[in-house]
Design a protein around this ligand. Sequence first.
Ligand code: ATP
Ligand code: MG
Length: 265
Amino acid sequence: MSTVLEVKNVTLRFGGLVSLDNVSMSVTRGAISAVIGPNGAGKTSLFNCLTGAYRPQEGQVLFTASDDRQSQLVGKTPHKITALGVARTFQNIRLFPALTALENVQIGVESRQRSGALAAMLRLPSNRRDDRDSVAESVRLLDFVGLRHRVHEISASLPYGDQRRLEIARALGTKPSLLLLDEPAAGTNPAEKRELEGLIRRVADTGVSVLLIEHDMRLVMSVASAVTVLNFGKVIASGPPEAVQRDPAVVEAYLGAAQDEGTGT
Ligand SMILES: Nc1ncnc2c1ncn2[C@@H]1O[C@H](COP(=O)(O)OP(=O)(O)OP(=O)(O)O)[C@@H](O)[C@H]1O
Ligand SMILES: [Mg+2]
Protein backbone atom coordinates (compact mmCIF):
# COMPACT_ATOMS: atom_id res chain seq x y z
CA MET A 1 0.00 0.00 0.00
CA SER A 2 1.43 3.35 -0.94
CA THR A 3 1.33 6.47 1.15
CA VAL A 4 -0.15 9.73 -0.10
CA LEU A 5 0.78 11.82 2.92
CA GLU A 6 3.50 11.46 5.52
CA VAL A 7 3.54 13.79 8.52
CA LYS A 8 6.85 13.63 10.37
CA ASN A 9 7.47 15.11 13.82
CA VAL A 10 5.36 18.21 13.26
CA THR A 11 5.37 20.73 16.10
CA LEU A 12 3.28 23.91 16.00
CA ARG A 13 3.43 26.52 18.73
CA PHE A 14 1.53 29.73 19.37
CA GLY A 15 3.65 31.60 21.91
CA GLY A 16 3.81 29.26 24.90
CA LEU A 17 0.95 27.08 23.66
CA VAL A 18 1.89 23.86 21.89
CA SER A 19 -0.95 23.05 19.46
CA LEU A 20 0.83 20.12 17.81
CA ASP A 21 3.51 18.25 19.69
CA ASN A 22 5.81 16.06 17.58
CA VAL A 23 2.93 14.69 15.49
CA SER A 24 3.69 11.88 13.05
CA MET A 25 1.14 10.01 10.95
CA SER A 26 0.67 8.68 7.47
CA VAL A 27 -2.29 8.43 5.11
CA THR A 28 -2.68 5.42 2.82
CA ARG A 29 -3.44 6.23 -0.82
CA GLY A 30 -7.02 5.53 -1.83
CA ALA A 31 -8.20 4.93 1.75
CA ILE A 32 -10.58 6.81 4.01
CA SER A 33 -8.72 7.79 7.19
CA ALA A 34 -9.84 9.81 10.18
CA VAL A 35 -8.40 12.14 12.81
CA ILE A 36 -10.33 12.27 16.05
CA GLY A 37 -9.82 13.82 19.47
CA PRO A 38 -11.49 16.05 22.05
CA ASN A 39 -12.15 19.75 21.40
CA GLY A 40 -8.94 21.75 21.17
CA ALA A 41 -6.83 18.62 20.56
CA GLY A 42 -5.18 20.18 17.49
CA LYS A 43 -7.13 18.53 14.66
CA THR A 44 -7.88 21.72 12.68
CA SER A 45 -4.36 23.00 13.41
CA LEU A 46 -3.04 19.83 11.78
CA PHE A 47 -5.14 20.47 8.65
CA ASN A 48 -3.89 24.06 8.65
CA CYS A 49 -0.30 22.76 8.63
CA LEU A 50 -1.11 20.37 5.77
CA THR A 51 -2.65 23.11 3.63
CA GLY A 52 -0.18 25.95 4.18
CA ALA A 53 -2.46 28.05 6.39
CA TYR A 54 -0.07 27.50 9.32
CA ARG A 55 3.64 26.87 9.16
CA PRO A 56 4.84 24.43 11.83
CA GLN A 57 8.08 25.39 13.59
CA GLU A 58 9.36 21.83 13.25
CA GLY A 59 8.75 18.75 11.16
CA GLN A 60 7.88 17.74 7.64
CA VAL A 61 4.76 17.11 5.59
CA LEU A 62 5.51 14.97 2.55
CA PHE A 63 2.86 14.64 -0.12
CA THR A 64 3.12 12.17 -2.98
CA ALA A 65 1.07 13.27 -5.98
CA SER A 66 -0.71 10.87 -8.32
CA ASP A 67 2.31 11.02 -10.68
CA ASP A 68 4.45 9.73 -7.76
CA ARG A 69 6.27 13.03 -7.36
CA GLN A 70 6.97 13.85 -3.75
CA SER A 71 6.76 17.40 -2.36
CA GLN A 72 7.53 18.97 0.97
CA LEU A 73 4.38 20.94 1.85
CA VAL A 74 5.88 22.89 4.77
CA GLY A 75 6.70 26.38 3.49
CA LYS A 76 4.45 26.17 0.42
CA THR A 77 1.55 28.56 -0.09
CA PRO A 78 -2.05 27.29 0.17
CA HIS A 79 -2.48 27.99 -3.57
CA LYS A 80 0.54 25.88 -4.50
CA ILE A 81 -0.60 23.04 -2.23
CA THR A 82 -4.05 23.07 -3.87
CA ALA A 83 -2.36 22.92 -7.28
CA LEU A 84 -0.34 19.88 -6.17
CA GLY A 85 -3.60 18.05 -5.43
CA VAL A 86 -4.60 18.67 -1.81
CA ALA A 87 -8.07 20.16 -1.22
CA ARG A 88 -10.00 20.83 1.97
CA THR A 89 -13.29 21.85 3.43
CA PHE A 90 -13.62 24.00 6.54
CA GLN A 91 -15.09 23.36 9.97
CA ASN A 92 -16.94 26.66 9.62
CA ILE A 93 -18.40 26.59 6.12
CA ARG A 94 -16.57 28.99 3.79
CA LEU A 95 -18.71 29.46 0.70
CA PHE A 96 -19.36 32.69 -1.16
CA PRO A 97 -22.84 33.17 0.31
CA ALA A 98 -24.19 35.52 -2.38
CA LEU A 99 -23.11 33.28 -5.27
CA THR A 100 -25.07 30.33 -6.63
CA ALA A 101 -24.13 26.73 -5.99
CA LEU A 102 -22.79 26.53 -9.56
CA GLU A 103 -20.66 29.67 -9.19
CA ASN A 104 -19.16 28.39 -5.96
CA VAL A 105 -18.06 25.16 -7.61
CA GLN A 106 -16.79 27.05 -10.69
CA ILE A 107 -14.39 28.96 -8.45
CA GLY A 108 -12.81 25.64 -7.48
CA VAL A 109 -12.75 24.36 -11.05
CA GLU A 110 -11.36 27.60 -12.54
CA SER A 111 -8.55 27.79 -9.99
CA ARG A 112 -6.72 25.14 -12.04
CA GLN A 113 -7.54 26.38 -15.56
CA ARG A 114 -4.87 27.73 -17.88
CA SER A 115 -6.33 31.11 -18.74
CA GLY A 116 -6.49 32.17 -15.10
CA ALA A 117 -8.58 34.52 -13.04
CA LEU A 118 -7.77 37.74 -14.93
CA ALA A 119 -8.80 36.32 -18.30
CA ALA A 120 -11.93 34.97 -16.66
CA MET A 121 -12.85 38.40 -15.30
CA LEU A 122 -12.19 40.13 -18.60
CA ARG A 123 -14.12 37.42 -20.48
CA LEU A 124 -11.36 37.14 -23.07
CA PRO A 125 -12.17 35.03 -26.17
CA SER A 126 -9.42 32.55 -25.26
CA ASN A 127 -11.42 31.97 -22.15
CA ARG A 128 -14.77 30.94 -23.61
CA ARG A 129 -13.91 27.30 -24.03
CA ASP A 130 -12.67 27.19 -20.43
CA ASP A 131 -15.98 28.77 -19.42
CA ARG A 132 -18.03 26.08 -21.11
CA ASP A 133 -15.79 23.37 -19.69
CA SER A 134 -15.97 24.76 -16.18
CA VAL A 135 -19.78 24.96 -16.25
CA ALA A 136 -20.06 21.37 -17.47
CA GLU A 137 -17.55 20.13 -14.90
CA SER A 138 -19.23 22.08 -12.08
CA VAL A 139 -22.66 20.68 -12.97
CA ARG A 140 -21.17 17.19 -13.03
CA LEU A 141 -19.72 17.71 -9.54
CA LEU A 142 -23.00 19.12 -8.21
CA ASP A 143 -24.71 16.04 -9.56
CA PHE A 144 -22.05 13.85 -7.93
CA VAL A 145 -22.69 15.34 -4.47
CA GLY A 146 -26.47 15.16 -4.93
CA LEU A 147 -27.12 18.86 -5.61
CA ARG A 148 -28.12 18.76 -9.29
CA HIS A 149 -31.46 20.35 -8.35
CA ARG A 150 -29.71 23.27 -6.55
CA VAL A 151 -27.46 24.47 -9.40
CA HIS A 152 -28.83 28.01 -9.62
CA GLU A 153 -29.75 28.53 -5.98
CA ILE A 154 -27.93 31.11 -3.89
CA SER A 155 -25.68 29.14 -1.57
CA ALA A 156 -26.67 31.09 1.58
CA SER A 157 -30.28 29.96 1.07
CA LEU A 158 -29.39 26.25 0.98
CA PRO A 159 -30.10 23.96 3.92
CA TYR A 160 -27.05 23.41 6.10
CA GLY A 161 -26.44 19.84 4.97
CA ASP A 162 -26.51 20.97 1.32
CA GLN A 163 -23.97 23.71 2.08
CA ARG A 164 -21.65 21.06 3.55
CA ARG A 165 -21.97 18.98 0.38
CA LEU A 166 -21.49 22.08 -1.78
CA GLU A 167 -18.18 22.71 -0.02
CA ILE A 168 -17.14 19.18 -0.93
CA ALA A 169 -18.10 19.78 -4.58
CA ARG A 170 -16.07 22.99 -4.62
CA ALA A 171 -13.07 21.21 -3.13
CA LEU A 172 -13.40 18.39 -5.69
CA GLY A 173 -13.40 21.04 -8.42
CA THR A 174 -9.67 21.55 -7.85
CA LYS A 175 -9.13 17.87 -8.87
CA PRO A 176 -7.47 16.76 -5.65
CA SER A 177 -5.82 13.41 -5.06
CA LEU A 178 -6.17 14.02 -1.31
CA LEU A 179 -9.33 15.54 0.18
CA LEU A 180 -9.30 16.85 3.76
CA LEU A 181 -12.72 17.18 5.39
CA ASP A 182 -12.94 19.14 8.67
CA GLU A 183 -16.05 17.92 10.51
CA PRO A 184 -18.22 17.47 7.41
CA ALA A 185 -21.10 16.09 9.48
CA ALA A 186 -21.14 18.88 12.08
CA GLY A 187 -24.61 20.36 12.41
CA THR A 188 -26.25 17.91 10.01
CA ASN A 189 -29.29 15.73 10.80
CA PRO A 190 -29.26 11.90 10.80
CA ALA A 191 -30.57 11.64 7.21
CA GLU A 192 -27.92 14.12 6.01
CA LYS A 193 -25.25 12.14 7.91
CA ARG A 194 -26.22 8.95 6.05
CA GLU A 195 -26.07 10.76 2.70
CA LEU A 196 -22.72 12.20 3.64
CA GLU A 197 -21.39 8.77 4.52
CA GLY A 198 -22.41 7.54 1.06
CA LEU A 199 -20.80 10.58 -0.54
CA ILE A 200 -17.48 10.07 1.28
CA ARG A 201 -17.41 6.47 0.05
CA ARG A 202 -18.18 7.57 -3.52
CA VAL A 203 -15.35 10.12 -3.39
CA ALA A 204 -12.94 7.38 -2.27
CA ASP A 205 -14.28 5.08 -5.01
CA THR A 206 -13.12 7.65 -7.60
CA GLY A 207 -9.56 7.13 -6.31
CA VAL A 208 -9.34 10.25 -4.12
CA SER A 209 -7.74 9.62 -0.72
CA VAL A 210 -9.83 11.07 2.12
CA LEU A 211 -8.69 12.30 5.52
CA LEU A 212 -11.55 13.34 7.73
CA ILE A 213 -11.85 15.04 11.09
CA GLU A 214 -15.06 13.94 12.73
CA HIS A 215 -16.69 13.86 16.15
CA ASP A 216 -19.46 11.46 15.13
CA MET A 217 -17.97 8.14 16.22
CA ARG A 218 -20.54 6.05 14.40
CA LEU A 219 -19.62 7.75 11.13
CA VAL A 220 -15.87 7.39 11.79
CA MET A 221 -16.17 3.72 12.73
CA SER A 222 -18.24 2.95 9.66
CA VAL A 223 -16.20 4.75 6.95
CA ALA A 224 -12.61 4.96 8.17
CA SER A 225 -10.08 2.15 7.79
CA ALA A 226 -7.47 3.96 9.92
CA VAL A 227 -7.84 6.40 12.79
CA THR A 228 -5.34 8.75 14.43
CA VAL A 229 -6.24 10.14 17.85
CA LEU A 230 -4.95 13.51 19.02
CA ASN A 231 -5.15 14.77 22.59
CA PHE A 232 -3.53 18.04 23.72
CA GLY A 233 -1.59 18.16 20.44
CA LYS A 234 -0.11 14.67 20.78
CA VAL A 235 -0.88 11.46 18.90
CA ILE A 236 -2.09 9.12 21.66
CA ALA A 237 -3.21 6.23 19.42
CA SER A 238 -3.46 5.18 15.79
CA GLY A 239 -4.60 2.12 13.90
CA PRO A 240 -7.78 0.36 12.78
CA PRO A 241 -10.94 1.92 14.27
CA GLU A 242 -11.92 -1.08 16.41
CA ALA A 243 -8.49 -1.21 18.09
CA VAL A 244 -8.35 2.54 18.62
CA GLN A 245 -11.82 2.60 20.17
CA ARG A 246 -10.73 0.05 22.80
CA ASP A 247 -7.39 1.74 23.53
CA PRO A 248 -7.29 2.72 27.23
CA ALA A 249 -5.52 6.03 26.47
CA VAL A 250 -8.34 6.96 24.05
CA VAL A 251 -11.08 5.97 26.47
CA GLU A 252 -9.41 8.04 29.16
CA ALA A 253 -8.95 11.10 26.91
CA TYR A 254 -12.64 11.10 26.01
CA LEU A 255 -13.78 10.41 29.59
CA GLY A 256 -11.54 13.22 30.82
CA ALA A 257 -12.97 15.60 28.23
CA ALA A 258 -16.54 14.57 29.14
CA GLN A 259 -15.83 15.13 32.84
CA ASP A 260 -14.37 18.57 32.14
CA GLU A 261 -17.52 19.50 30.24
CA GLY A 262 -19.67 18.09 33.04
CA THR A 263 -17.98 20.25 35.66
CA GLY A 264 -17.91 23.27 33.38
CA THR A 265 -14.14 23.64 33.38
N1 ATP B 1 -4.28 30.93 15.22
C1 ATP B 1 -4.18 30.48 16.48
N2 ATP B 1 -3.67 31.27 17.45
C2 ATP B 1 -3.55 30.82 18.72
N3 ATP B 1 -3.93 29.59 19.13
C3 ATP B 1 -4.45 28.77 18.20
C4 ATP B 1 -4.60 29.16 16.84
N4 ATP B 1 -5.15 28.13 16.14
C5 ATP B 1 -5.33 27.13 17.03
N5 ATP B 1 -4.92 27.52 18.27
C6 ATP B 1 -4.96 26.71 19.49
O1 ATP B 1 -4.51 25.41 19.21
C7 ATP B 1 -5.24 24.45 19.96
C8 ATP B 1 -5.84 23.44 19.03
O2 ATP B 1 -6.92 24.05 18.31
P1 ATP B 1 -7.63 23.34 17.10
O3 ATP B 1 -8.60 24.30 16.53
O4 ATP B 1 -6.59 22.78 16.20
O5 ATP B 1 -8.40 22.15 17.84
P2 ATP B 1 -9.45 21.11 17.26
O6 ATP B 1 -8.94 19.76 17.65
O7 ATP B 1 -9.72 21.35 15.83
O8 ATP B 1 -10.75 21.41 18.15
P3 ATP B 1 -12.33 21.38 17.78
O9 ATP B 1 -12.75 19.95 17.93
O10 ATP B 1 -12.93 22.24 18.83
O11 ATP B 1 -12.49 21.91 16.40
C9 ATP B 1 -6.27 25.23 20.78
O12 ATP B 1 -5.77 25.43 22.06
C10 ATP B 1 -6.39 26.52 20.00
O13 ATP B 1 -6.78 27.57 20.84
MG1 MG C 1 -11.35 21.89 14.76
